[in-house]
Structure formats: C-alpha cells, structure tokens
Design a protein around this ligand. Structure first.
Ligand code: HEM
Ligand SMILES: *[C@@H]1O[C@H](CO)[C@@H](O)[C@H](O)[C@H]1NC(C)=O
Ligand SMILES: *[C@@H]1O[C@H](CO)[C@@H](O)[C@H](O)[C@H]1NC(C)=O
Length: 365
C-alpha cells in the first residue's frame, strides 16, 4: 500500500514537471541530425569513428594501423608510477595522451620504437576533430580492435585530462624484461590491481599483433598465424616448441618461434611458461568467451590509468560490436599436441584438431 502511494506520488511529480517516465531514459539527438546518444558528450565521436574507419583503418579493417593503435593505448597508459611519486619524482600521467603530445620525447624511448609512425598517422585526425588527445588515443585503439573478428566491444570514455608534461623513460615493459620485472611494473602502474594473472589477460592483445622493429629485416612478422582475428591462437602457438628464427635472429627480446614468418617475444615465451602464469595462459586456449571477457575487463581499467572515472562519460556504445570469429582454435597445419611444451602441471592441454595441409608458414610469399 505504502509502495503504491509512493509510486503514484512519483508519477504525479513527474507529470507535474511535464516529464513522462519514458522521457527519463531519453537519448539525445546529436547535432549531426543522424545519430542519437545516451549523453551529448558522445555525439562528437560519430564523426571521429567515420573518419578513422575510412581513412586510417582502410574501411573498418583489422589492419596494421588498427594493431598499432591498440599498441599505442598501452604505451600511453602504462607510463605512470606511484612508486616514483612516492620518491618525490614525477611518475607520468597514465592514459593522458603524453605519448602523442610529447611525441618527440616519448617515441624516442627505446620500448616505444616504431610508435612515431602511428602517432604521426593519427595526428591529422586529432587536429580535425575536437576530442582530447588522451581520449582520442584510447578511442582509436578500441575502434581499431573492433575491426578484428572475435574481439570484445572495448570501452570508450571521454573527458580525460590531457598531459602537460611528458612521462619519464623506463616505465614501458620491454620484451627482454623478466616476468618479475613486468609483473612489478604492472602492479606499480595499477596500484596493485594488475597481478601476474591480469597481466596474462592484458597480453591477449598480442593475438592481433606483429613486430616491426625487434628484427627490422622482417617487418610485419605476426605473433600468431591469425593476426587479423582476435582469437586464442596466440595462447596456443606461444606454447609450441620454438625451432627457428624467422629473420636474422636472435635479436634482443626475441626467442625461437615454431614456424616460418612467426615472431616470438622472449617475454611472451617466459610468461607462458612461468609457474605463476602457465595455467592461466593455457586456460585461454579454446575459450573465446574468456579471451573476450578478460580483455574487455583489463582494457577498461588500463584505459583509465591516471584518470578519475567519475569525471568521465562512458561512450562505449559508439564502438561497434565486432564480428564473430571465422575459425575455431586449431593446431596450425603440421603441428599436434606433441609439439606443445606443456607448462601447466595441473591441467592437460586441450584436445584440438589440426588444420589440414602442408606445414603452416606465415612468412610473406
Ligand atoms: C606487458 C608486456 C608487453 C611487452 C613486453 C610488449 C612488447 C611488444 C613488442 C616488443 C612488440 C613489437 C614491437 C615492434 O617491433 O614493432 C609489441 C607489439 C604489440 N603489442 Fe605489446 N607488449 C606488452 C604488452 C602489451 C599490451 C598490454 C598491449 C595492449 C593492450 C599490447 C599491444 C600490442 C600490439 C597490438 C602490438 C602489435 C603492433 C603492430 O602490429 O604493429 N602489448 N609488443
Ligand atoms: C571459459 O572461461 C570462463 C571465464 O573464466 C569460465 O567460466 C568457463 O568455465 C571457461 N569454459 C571452459 C569450457 O573452460
Ligand atoms: C574522483 O572524483 C570524485 C568526484 O569528483 C572524488 O570524490 C574522488 O575522491 C576522486 N577519486 C580520486 C581517486 O581522485
């Protein structure tokens, strides 16, 4: 009875203000006359999306620029260190756009090698739209990833504060760092949130990735046989026995890979076999739901390093829902479970089919 009275009172109050219940959830019409949004701050993103899809991502492709835009989100965001701040030194601002705003300084840092290219490709887009640089970098990465079949819908926020100073050097992980160094760096940057397990979740990004600069003689060498798909092949193929260097290796940060053309980072190799993370790594093989859910979760948090979510507007609705995967997890042709360096003591390696055909190579022909 009391509830009934209360709800009729609420209805009456709403009616008096000329607001209907439906209108309380109303979307705003954007000034472009085409789109609606949950918050008018999101309206500006539709034009940015259209421009990027057409003119950077080759018509919504999971292309090299999509991969590089995703890498850039990490290298901007990870440059924050409460540990340095505690020593009285500026520790960087996290996802604050500093890598593009101070690109002459930060892209010269060794771990940021090659990122000058995507920063310069993104710059004209930043100039012709009205979005902050920090927001732009995270938006472009989330949008680029959405072009990769199998990806989760990554979050997009607007309202971040842009950097007023460059991040210090030494905060971005290198492929020749030990698991301990990488786990410690992630824990520092995230104020303890990112443990070794969540670091594995972050490395899911290497499923849509290639190396250009660790071995500059073979630019564009992918980390798995399906760099255009946001799948779990990366987690499987990093557990195959390494047998060759695809280029002129060994280079610093590189270890042997299982097939021609494929590149393997020493850090991915080591974290896949570390006793703290090997079972978590293996658990992603053949679990696409996990690939999507865990990466969606960690990207959300990474993309907000150094920012306060209560000051931001969630515009994730502007990121398209990616297409589903085209292929199930498989051993690449020529490989079976006998080629796996099984590192998880608790759980047998999952049973998977082998793709038919001659031994897989991902080297350019
Ligand atoms: C935590 C330790 C990590 C290390 C040591 C590492 C290292 C590297 C290295 C050395 C490359 C190749 C660069 C080149 O030669 O062009 C690379 C590529 C890439 N990384 Fe990472 N990475 C890490 C984490 C991440 C994270 C968390 C993300 C994303 C959220 C990410 C996204 C990417 C992407 C998308 C590429 C491919 C870029 C392209 O295809 O051009 N990485 N990473
Ligand atoms: C896949 O991962 C999810 C999330 O961790 C888990 O709940 C589920 O049991 C896993 N599925 C299989 C088949 O292992
Ligand atoms: C984030 O902003 C809210 C509201 O402005 C404030 O109450 C909160 O303390 C801030 N959090 C941090 C970690 O600065």
């Amino acid at each position: 009875m009391a509830f009934k009275l209360l709800s009729s009172f609420v209805a009456l109050a709403a009616a008096l203000q000329g607001v209907s219940a439906a209108a309380l959830n109303r979307r705003v019409a954007c000034p472009d006359g085409v789109h609606t949004a949950s918050n008018e701050a999101c309206c500006q993103l539709f034009a940015v999306r259209e421009d990027l899809q057409k003119n950077l991502f080759d018509g919504a492709q999971c292309n090299a620029e999509a991969h590089e835009s995703l890498r850039l989100t990490f290298h901007d965001a990870i440059a924050i260190s409460p540990a340095l701040e505690a020593q009285g030194t500026f520790g960087g601002g996290g996802a604050d756009g500093s890598i593009a705003i101070f690109s002459h300084i930060e892209t010269a840092f060794h771990p940021n090698i090659g990122l000058d290219e995507i920063v310069e490709k993104q710059r004209p887009f930043i100039e012709r739209h009205n979005l902050g640089v920090a927001d732009f970098i995270q938006f472009a990465g989330a949008l680029g990833a959405s072009n990769c079949p199998g990806a989760p819908q990554l979050s997009a926020f607007v309202g971040r504060k842009d950097a007023t100073r460059p991040a210090p050097d030494g905060l971005v992980p290198e492929p020749f760092h030990t698991p301990d160094m990488i786990f410690d760096r992630l824990a520092d940057a995230s104020q303890g949130e990112f443990d070794p397990i969540l670091t594995v979740w972050l490395l899911t990004a290497h499923t849509v990735a290639a190396a250009n600069d660790v071995d500059p003689t073979i630019p564009g060498s992918p980390f798995d046989s399906t760099p255009g798909e946001f799948d779990s092949q990366f987690f499987l193929e990093t557990q195959l026995k390494g047998t060759l260097f695809p280029g002129d290796g060994p280079n610093q940060g590189e270890v042997e890979s299982p097939m021609r053309g494929e590149f393997r980072l020493q850090s991915d190799f080591a974290i896949a076999r570390d006793e703290r993370t090997a079972c978590e790594w293996q658990s992603f093989v053949n679990n696409q739901t996990k690939v999507q859910q865990m990466f969606q979760f960690v990207f959300h948090d990474l993309s907000l390093f150094g920012q306060n979510i209560t000051d931001l507007v969630d515009c994730t609705e502007v990121i398209p829902v990616p297409k589903p995967l085209r292929q199930a997890t498989h051993f690449p042709a020529g490989f079976t479970v006998r080629d796996i360096e099984h590192a998880c003591a608790e759980t047998p390696f999952p049973t998977l089919p082998t793709q038919p055909g001659p031994k897989t190579s991902v080297a350019p022909v």
